[in-house]
Design a protein around this ligand. Structure first.
Ligand code: ZN
Length: 246
């Protein structure tokens, strides 16, 4: 059985008091994080066992999606971890994690941590990762953040996740055939996309819902305007701590 737990369903500004992006996927022998934003460690410790995490797949290089990794590594060092913790994502992920960790005073070498951290570049060709099979496909967001959406096959189920993305047909392709498509909805009104061209709105996703070939679709990364209209949303949306079974 595959389970998904939203450890963080918020945007970069933690609107509504929500935690940064972090989604836990679990199946027999698999405990995988999709993103690990800056505020993730308290949520990880509230809901799951950090020692059981096999891998972290990162969508893009913004702190609300990968800024929690140094804290997780340091916590695991002091917890005495010996097993590798794989970290996968865009090409510059390794250098960025090492740079940010250094700034935080946290080492990333085996000598410091006491366990290996294999960095793996995830790309469009599906590959084994953390006990699952994962592909990362480019989406439209701030180009310097090397933005990708993820397609994760776990125990016969396919999970698609947008990361952060503005509207394009890339999202339709990303969601194709998924058992669940987790999609950002930072904005509420389509008109907001003009001033904020790196995110997508609820209205645009709702208008295009029929084009998404997926069993279930759940919105996340809700911003201030999406939250202000939460009662009007005619699509499922995540809250911190929400758990689904596929
Ligand atoms: Zn974000």
């Amino acid at each position: 059985m595959t389970r998904i737990r939203f450890l963080g369903s918020g945007n970069a500004f933690a609107d509504g008091g929500r935690s940064h992006a972090c989604i836990h996927v679990t199946a027999p022998g698999i405990s995988l994080l999709l993103d690990c934003g800056g505020s993730s460690l308290p949520m990880i410790k509230r809901y799951i066992d950090p020692a059981a995490i096999t891998a972290v797949a990162v969508t893009h290089l913004h702190g609300d999606h990968f800024g929690g990794i140094p804290f997780l590594l340091d916590e695991q060092k002091w917890a005495g971890r010996k097993t590798p913790l794989a970290i996968g994502g865009p090409p510059s992920l390794e250098s960025r994690v090492r740079m940010v960790s250094q700034g935080f005073g946290i080492g990333t070498t085996r000598e410091y941590l006491g366990f290996d951290v294999p960095f793996i570049v995830l790309g469009p060709d599906e590959r084994a990762f953390g006990g699952a099979r994962v592909a990362a496909v480019p989406v439209r967001h701030s180009p310097a953040a090397e933005p990708h959406g993820l397609r994760v096959r776990v125990d016969g189920k396919l999970i698609a996740y947008s990361g952060d993305a503005s509207w394009s047909d890339d999202l339709v392709a990303l969601a194709r055939g998924a058992d669940v498509f987790i999609c950002e909805a930072t904005l509420f009104a389509a008109s907001e996309e003009k001033d904020n061209p790196v995110h997508v709105s609820y209205e645009t996703l709702r208008a295009n819902r029929g084009r998404f070939d997926c069993r279930r679709m759940i919105l996340t990364h809700l911003g201030a305007t999406s939250l202000a209209h939460a009662r009007e949303l005619e699509m499922e949306y995540a809250t911190d701590g929400l758990e689904l079974t596929l």
